[in-house]
Design a protein around this ligand. Structure first.
Ligand SMILES: [Zn+2]
Length: 363
């Protein structure tokens, strides 16, 4: 499977300027090369090269290999659309291949700029560290919110798919972020507390409306999403580890239903939840795939109203947000746990799809 690594660069002020200049020159060169190709109705690397390579070297100051890559960017764009002449943003992504870049140990990378080679420090998450030895080929230099990153796509071998012995349903909730059909909850209490504090602070700052309040708001948003990301990583890791230990296939609700359920609720809060759920779901999905855990998606309709014990469906079965109590058989349980069990059952019913999922990839 493909995985994109994000390596954050920590350049000195001079290096930052050098990278920025190089990026601007690269994109200006690409825009120029696009124009030349477009006007001459030629769209291949070679044909554009003949017409403008010299100009890219002399007028834009690019190195030979940078000029080749700038034309490469143009050719890739023309491959998708030959009817419009592309104009590239000055801070658009710049391709670095092995001739423009060199890995210098675990914490530095050497990048060719218009000011010569710069050895730049980089940072990355613990999770990504294990993949660094696989880095080869080209990466993209990207500028996001004033920070430089290298984006690298790598191939990660998947583990041999396990032969599942049972199905583990996972209900995504709000108080408990996730509850599985074996009754474990993966709590969101910490996240909720942070979110609540943040919401209160946000109201205060919004009411103030000053420049410094706006700055604080922006900073807060960044911190909060980082926290959520970490929590989602932890939860998905624990879930997939548990599924591996118990040889279970994971059963999640289909994505379209998460969207539907979330749009019922209004406002910023639900948007935040929606985003967080999608992130958690995608984390579970790729971690499961890498571990060889089959993942099944099912229609979750009525899972919160159906009794996992006897199958009786009634809206009133769900007494409160937290408690499920069946009107027919009296089965009483934590409402999320009951829903997760229903998901597991639906996953098992849909079992014929399992083999296909293992072979063709995940939703
Ligand atoms: Zn019942």
């Amino acid at each position: 499977m493909k995985l994109t690594l994000q390596l954050k660069l920590v350049p000195t002020a001079e290096q930052h300027t050098a990278l920025l200049e190089t990026m601007h020159a690269f994109n200006a060169a690409a825009s120029y090369a696009a124009q030349v190709g477009f006007e001459a109705h030629v769209f291949s690397q070679q044909a554009i090269h003949v017409r403008c390579y010299q100009a890219l070297r002399e007028r834009c100051g690019l190195s030979s290999q940078m000029a080749v890559r700038a034309i490469g960017k143009v050719v890739e764009t023309f491959r998708r659309d030959k009817k419009t002449c592309p104009v590239f943003r000055s801070d658009g992504a710049m391709t670095y291949d092995e001739r423009l870049l060199g890995w210098k140990g675990p914490a530095h990378v050497s990048l060719l700029t218009l000011q010569g080679r710069q050895v730049v420090a980089m940072l990355y998450g613990e999770y990504h560290a294990g993949f660094l030895p696989r880095l080869k080929g080209q990466v993209d230099l990207v500028l996001r919110d004033g920070v430089f990153y290298l984006y690298a796509t790598i191939d990660v071998p998947e583990d041999t798919p396990i032969e599942p012995t049972h199905f583990l349903g996972v209900d995504l909730g709000i108080v408990e972020i996730a509850t599985d059909s074996d009754g474990h909850s993966y709590t969101g209490a910490e996240i909720e507390a942070v979110r609540h504090r943040a919401a209160t602070a946000r109201q205060t700052y919004q009411a103030t409306g000053t420049k410094s309040a706006k700055r604080r708001l922006k900073k807060m948003a960044g911190r909060q999403s980082g926290f959520q990301r970490l929590a989602n990583h932890t939860i998905s890791k624990r879930l997939v580890a548990y599924a591996t230990d118990t040889k279970a296939a994971l059963v999640l609700e289909e994505l379209t239903h998460i969207r539907r359920r979330m749009t019922v609720r209004k406002g910023q809060r639900s948007k935040q939840h929606n985003w967080s759920f999608r992130q958690l779901r995608s984390f579970i999905s790729y971690k499961a795939q890498r571990a060889g855990i089959p993942l099944v998606c099912v229609d979750p309709r009525n899972t919160s109203r159906t009794c996992a014990q006897c199958g009786h469906v009634d809206k009133r079965n769900r007494r409160t947000q937290a408690v499920f109590s069946c009107l027919r058989c009296g089965h009483t349980a934590n409402a999320d746990h009951n829903a997760a069990r229903n998901l597991a059952t639906r996953g098992e019913v849909g079992r014929p799809n399992l083999v296909a999922l293992v072979k063709t990839g995940w939703p």
